[in-house]
Design a protein around this ligand. Structure first.
Ligand SMILES: [Zn+2]
Length: 291
């Protein structure tokens, strides 16, 4: 017993002296960056954090989002395996650190493009090097001509945040939706960064009505999707929002509301649990009520 206690204390001492950056790096020690081909020189990379979109071809390498800083080397290795080099262009879907952590590294040699609100929010992040900031910003849409592809960046207002971009590969028929899609899971809506539930729903409706019905969709999180998956997410968001509204009107508490949503349990397995989703709906409703 004494021996075990001694071992435990030694372990705790090691942890206590372990520099913070090493502990942070350890969090990613087991992460592998995997590649999924989507056709026409377009790929999706998964590791930890938001899914990455890739275009590799004659003009060089372009990436959409770059996950966390400690993964930059593994992302570069995955790009090299596709015959690509360091990215010439980096598109950011929004400012969250699980999507832009590699900016500091890739922005040293590539041009970062994002919505103006995303740059404004990144500028307020303490200690972020200048290389992590977008060099080019846009307002509504902008088109990049790269590797024989027309990539249109389209601003999705007041959804996940106030600076979201989706990227449409017209020729490859692929759409990167950033965190405007959590495929098969409740979405995170960043109400403190200009996100709203009404906006999130309107943006999903816009994708369903405006995009080709056979388009391949890269979600911010979750497996590769299609328009049917987008429609399913929209349906779940609208249904659960209505259930929560009704339950609140009936004076139910959080435990009773969670019971009303029990049949959606599998949607709460990701980053946003049922309890967090109920909280987002309630806070969004309160914010709208105070407008
Ligand atoms: Zn996000």
């Amino acid at each position: 017993m004494k021996q075990r206690l001694k071992l435990l204390l030694t372990g705790l001492t090691v942890l206590a002296y372990c520099p913070l950056h090493l502990q942070a790096a350890d969090r990613f020690a087991g992460v592998t960056v995997s590649t999924l081909p989507l056709g026409a020189g377009v790929f999706m990379l998964t590791g930890a954090g938001g899914n990455i979109g890739v275009s590799v071809g004659d003009d060089g390498t372009l990436i959409i989002d770059d996950q966390y800083a400690p993964l930059a080397g593994r992302i570069e290795a995955a790009l090299a395996a596709l015959g690509g080099g360091r990215p010439r262009l980096v598109l950011n879907t929004h400012h969250h650190q699980d999507h832009v952590g590699g900016n500091a590294e890739f922005g040293r040699s590539g041009v970062i493009i994002a919505h103006g609100n995303t740059r404004a929010r990144l500028r307020t992040v303490q200690g972020l090097p200048a290389s992590a900031l977008p060099l080019v910003t846009y307002t509504d849409t902008v088109t990049v001509h790269f590797n024989g592809e027309e990539l249109t960046l389209i601003h999705l207002p007041k959804g996940h945040t106030d600076g979201d971009t989706m990227v449409w590969f017209k020729n490859a028929n692929v759409l990167h939706m950033g965190d405007q899609l959590f495929n098969g899971a409740f979405p995170y809506i960043d109400l403190n960064s200009g996100g709203t539930l009404d906006g999130y729903i309107a943006n999903l409706r816009r994708v369903i009505s405006d995009m080709p019905s056979d388009i391949t969709v890269i979600p911010g999180h979750g497996p590769v999707a299609d328009i049917r998956a987008v429609a399913r997410c929209l349906q779940v968001i609208e249904d659960t929002r209505q259930l929560v509204s009704r339950a609140l009107a009936a004076g139910k508490d959080d435990g009773e509301i969670a019971e009303d949503l029990a049949s959606y349990a599998e949607w709460g397995q990701g980053f946003i649990s049922i309890e967090r989703w109920i909280d987002i709906i309630k806070r969004d409703q309160a914010q709208r009520g105070s407008l």
